[in-house]
Ligand binder design. Structure first.
Ligand SMILES: [Zn+2]
Length: 486
């Protein structure tokens, strides 16, 4: 059996969250009533003229600078010609051989903790198309009785980021996509919501004999709407290609569609049907020739990028690598953490509360579709950390206080008082509870005296329960041992 090597490259489409569309003044907004955000320009009426959105160009330059790309001194818009009902001009304004950003790289943290540099081929600017919904009970295009078109998305600024074929496994591609999403999120250029389509990803994948340079037969996969489906689709596709190669069956260069339900990829169109887009320069828009000083200004204004932030959190603030990774992947969590630490809170426990308990509560609220007003702020987290550190709150008591704060937004100190969560660290007060627990669990006490050490855990648990979670567990154990050894 030959040794094979997988080769993967990704093309990611990113909708920018500018206030207005790419070439007109229509609002750029997700989820509005269909066909309410349109005008003659984005509907492609004859004689209407496109005017590039300066903010969109600023943002693509920001992306390029963050990826270490060269910002082209001269780039051009081209018309990409093809017919599709959701594209009323019958061409898309895109870029061809002169994109805004050329080259660059993204350093990706792999699941094993190592870092891999993935090359960026180009980043170019274009406009999005409208959105077609097929009217059929199954939602499947070939069973549709009608198609509905929403032009609100037509003309939304779209950045396409093309990677080099540098990834060697589906997990690497997933890690790249996560890293890119985090980078774009930190730049605040896009909502990067894969489920809403503001970040979309196509993958090119082929398999070749290890040690060779020539690329195998390339297959493009479309329609993956989460990092997980990207990884699943690539895993399926690599296995499919390997099986064909091992069996000596020919592979065809084609575009395949990922079907989430069946977990398989299916042929969409073969190479024979490939379009000829007949690119030519867009005559209505002059070349983009950004000034060096303007690019420098954008470079200086870049925020701390995720990779640098993770390193700082781990090396300077003492966070575990995994915690730093989870924290930095979420912009809201990152700012809450920064604000909490700015209040003087210990970084490590603050990060744990934010990435574990608070994240858990938020997830539950999303599942329950509860109104998700941000009720927990930096003061809450800082107070929790301080009260656990000085022994006022036990871990269990702190969890209850956080839950209450998440629901009501009340101050931690008030919750601790009103709910009686203050940890009982008074030997006299807790001693009474311990005596009661021992009286009620004579069997367990006997077992301990007979040498069964592990029973102590059960007894501490009983004390915690009897005290309503307010006992100091360390003190409870001490008092138990002291009484049991009498
Ligand atoms: Zn418009």
């Amino acid at each position: 059996m030959a040794e094979w090597e997988t080769v993967i490259g990704l093309e990611c489409h990113v909708e920018l969250n500018t206030r207005t569309k790419m070439f007109c003044a229509c609002h750029n907004e997700f989820g509005a009533e269909p066909n309410t955000l349109t005008c003659p320009v984005c509907l492609g009426h004859p004689g209407s003229l496109p005017v590039p959105n300066r903010e969109a160009i600023t943002r693509i330059v920001k992306v390029g600078v963050a990826l270490g790309s060269e910002i082209a001194p001269h780039s051009l818009f081209h018309r990409k010609n093809y017919f599709y009902p959701d594209m009323p001009k019958n061409y898309q304004i895109s870029q061809y051989d002169l994109p805004v950003c050329v080259g660059g790289h993204l350093d990706v943290e792999l699941p094993d903790g190592s870092t891999k540099r993935v090359g960026i081929t180009r980043v170019h600017m274009e406009e999005d198309t409208g959105k077609t919904s097929h009217g059929s009970a199954s939602g499947r295009i070939h069973e549709a009785e009608s198609a509905l078109i929403d032009y609100n998305r037509a003309g939304v600024p779209l950045v396409e980021c093309v990677s080099e074929p540098d990834m060697r496994a589906p997990e690497e591609a997933a890690a790249y996509l996560r890293e890119l999403r985090g980078l774009l999120d930190s730049l605040e250029v896009s909502d990067v919501r894969m489920e809403e389509g503001s970040l979309r990803c196509d993958a090119n994948v082929s398999v070749r004999a290890a040690g060779t340079d020539a690329l195998g037969v390339k297959v493009e996969i479309k329609n993956m709407n989460s990092v997980r489906s990207l990884e699943r689709a690539l895993t399926f596709e690599v296995d499919r290609q390997l099986a064909a190669l091992e069996a000596g069956e020919p592979l065809v260069q084609e575009t395949r569609h990922w079907d989430e339900d069946s977990g398989t990829t299916k042929t969409m169109r073969s190479k024979e049907e490939a379009f000829d887009y007949r690119y030519f320069p867009e005559p209505d828009i002059p070349a983009l020739e950004p000034e060096e000083a303007w690019i420098e200004e954008i470079r200086r204004g870049l925020p701390e990028l995720p990779r640098a932030r993770r390193t700082r959190y781990a090396e300077e603030l003492g966070l575990k690598a995994e915690v730093a990774r989870v924290l930095v992947a979420d912009r809201a969590a990152t700012s809450l953490f920064e604000e909490t630490v700015a209040l003087g809170a210990e970084p490590a426990p603050s990060a744990n509360w934010i990435t574990q308990d608070l994240a858990g509560l938020r997830k539950e609220a999303v599942v329950a579709d509860a109104a998700a007003e941000p009720t927990v702020g930096p003061r809450h987290i800082a107070d929790l950390v301080a009260l656990v550190a000085d022994g006022t709150l036990s871990g269990a008591g702190a969890k209850r206080a956080l839950e209450e704060a998440f629901r009501s937004g009340a101050a931690i100190a008030d919750i601790v008082e009103n709910r009686g969560l203050r940890q009982v660290s008074d030997a006299g007060e807790l001693g009474a509870v311990v005596d009661r627990v021992l009286a009620e669990n004579e069997d367990a006490a006997e077992k301990f005296r007979a040498g069964n050490e592990s029973v102590i855990g059960f007894l501490v648990g009983q004390v915690m329960k009897a005290s309503g979670g307010s006992a100091n567990p360390t003190l409870a154990q001490e008092l138990l041992r002291e009484r049991l050894s009498r």
